[in-house]
Design a protein around this ligand. Structure first.
Ligand SMILES: Cc1cc2nc3c(=O)[nH]c(=O)nc-3n(C[C@H](O)[C@H](O)[C@H](O)COP(=O)(O)OP(=O)(O)OC[C@H]3O[C@@H](n4cnc5c(N)ncnc54)[C@H](O)[C@@H]3O)c2cc1C
Length: 402
């Protein structure tokens, strides 16, 4: 009998595994595709940590609470923002650091924040974080089953029975605890509504009916976030978002008549609505490259920003060039796409769910971000709560063996 099964190898699952390893090695991490294949891997812009001279945990809290339309679970939010510096130190200890200019963190902005607070590693921040987490996972010899998909969870008298599939083979696992870190359902929502999405393909959602069967408490389940500006070349499904740290430098959205729809610094939900309205009212753009889009004009950014300020985006610009767009001269066709699940499983500050023995962390949970997550807050969320989920589960395993 296993002490625990952790499901998912994004930032939340890997952080949970690193924390749990301090208590037991009798656990297994299962993940749908390869180790680390996840939305975390795709995270671009960065992570919010209140480290700037004029910044504070209070400001971070207030920005996120207002960003979340005041629907956030205040206790979870406060816990998350107050752990920022600790997480930065932890990542440093694991061997990762963020972009600096002259030895000082190059703090960036994004919509909805009152101080520059976003730490990034080029436009590949998620990948850089995962690299050090995976290296620690390997060093700690944590048992992993890749290409293994969770299909259902059922509760027996003293344990949980997990039905999983590995290469088409059904496998049953008996475990005393489960930590769910499977990420969000944005891909599923997009598929059901015929929409484009920014999310990766390595997720499946067949286990949800079994969670409802267990009466696992959920919240804000219908609240999904659209990323307002996703490249919509060659149909709706390319799904590459324009990094919000780039949008924070300026730019405007234009309709097909060249009239301004909005500036780039509005909150994600507000901006997405404005762009969707333009498309609905037929003033959006539709040509051989663009799919139901509007134009993003970044000329102001290129006119006003130094080479140094644009350096972190060089890989993103390269990607655009690959698709035949030169952002310095061309307007970029963009459209809102389903990006993030705001709601999800209800947890407390110890990542316990309404069912004892089931823990959850990361995008699969609800409450931290209310009904509109600010960019950069998810990477902080998954590291803070992934760690808590592993620790809480570990403490309960020790308690129950004494
Ligand atoms: C393109 C993009 C850019 C982003 N940029 C940023 C950013 O700059 N800053 C920021 O804060 N946030 C950003 N986000 C959001 C952020 O990356 C995610 O919300 C966060 O990484 C989620 O982490 P997670 O560990 O909860 O889930 P994920 O990273 O999605 O990991 C979920 C894991 O569970 C596995 N899994 C899923 N279903 C099953 C199953 N049935 N059985 C077994 N395994 C399963 C998946 O394969 C995966 O390994 C971005 C998201 C995207 C898509």
């Amino acid at each position: 009998m296993l002490d625990a099964v952790i499901v998912g190898s994004g930032g939340a699952g890997l952080s949970a595994a690193i924390a749990l390893r301090e208590y037991t090695d009798n656990f297994l991490l299962i993940t749908e595709c390869n180790l680390g294949q996840s939305n975390t891997m795709m995270a671009q812009g960065g992570i919010q940590i209140a480290i700037g001279t004029n910044d504070s945990v209070e400001k971070h809290f207030n920005d996120s609470f207002s960003g979340g339309n005041y629907k956030n679970d205040k206790e979870l939010l406060l816990l998350m923002v107050s752990k920022g510096i600790e997480i930065l130190k932890w990542l440093n200890d694991l061997g990762m650091d963020f972009d600096k200019v002259d030895d000082t963190y190059d703090l960036k902005s994004c919509s909805g924040i009152s101080e520059k607070r976003v730490l990034s590693k080029g436009t590949e921040t998620g990948r850089a974080i995962l690299k050090v987490l995976i290296s620690r996972i390997k060093r700690n010899s944590i048992k992993i089953n890749t290409k293994t998909s969770l299909k259902s969870i059922s509760k027996k008298k003293t344990f949980f029975l997990l039905k999983t599939y590995n290469n088409g083979q059904e496998t049953l696992m008996e475990t005393k605890n489960v930590i769910l870190c499977c990420g969000g359902k944005a891909k599923d929502f997009a598929k059901r509504h015929g929409l484009g999405t920014t999310n990766q393909h390595c997720s499946s959602f067949d286990f949800y009916p079994s969670l409802y069967g267990l009466n696992l408490k959920m919240r804000d389940e219908k609240s999904f976030q659209f990323h307002p500006a996703c490249i919509s070349l060659n149909g709706p499904l390319l799904g590459v978002p324009v990094p919000e740290t780039l949008l924070s430098l300026g730019g405007i959205f234009l309709d097909k008549n060249g009239r301004k729809i909005a500036d780039t610094d509005l909150k994600r939900d507000v901006l997405s609505k404005k762009i969707m309205n333009a498309i609905k009212n037929n003033i959006g753009v539709k040509d051989k490259f663009a799919y139901k889009s509007v134009y993003l004009d970044l000329s102001e950014v290129f006119d006003n920003c130094s080479q140094d300020a644009l350096k972190p985006f060089k890989n993103f610009f390269k990607k655009l060039s690959y698709y035949g767009i030169e952002p310095k001269v061309d307007k970029i066709p963009v459209t809102p796409m389903v990006h993030y699940q705001n709601g999800g499983i209800v947890i407390n500050t110890r990542c316990e769910t309404s069912i004892p023995g089931i823990y959850a962390a990361g995008e699969i949970t609800g409450g931290v971000h209310g009904t509109n997550r600010l960019m950069g807050n998810s990477l902080l969320d998954i590291l803070v709560f992934g760690d808590f989920a592993g620790k809480t589960c570990g403490e309960s395993i020790i308690k129950n063996t004494l």
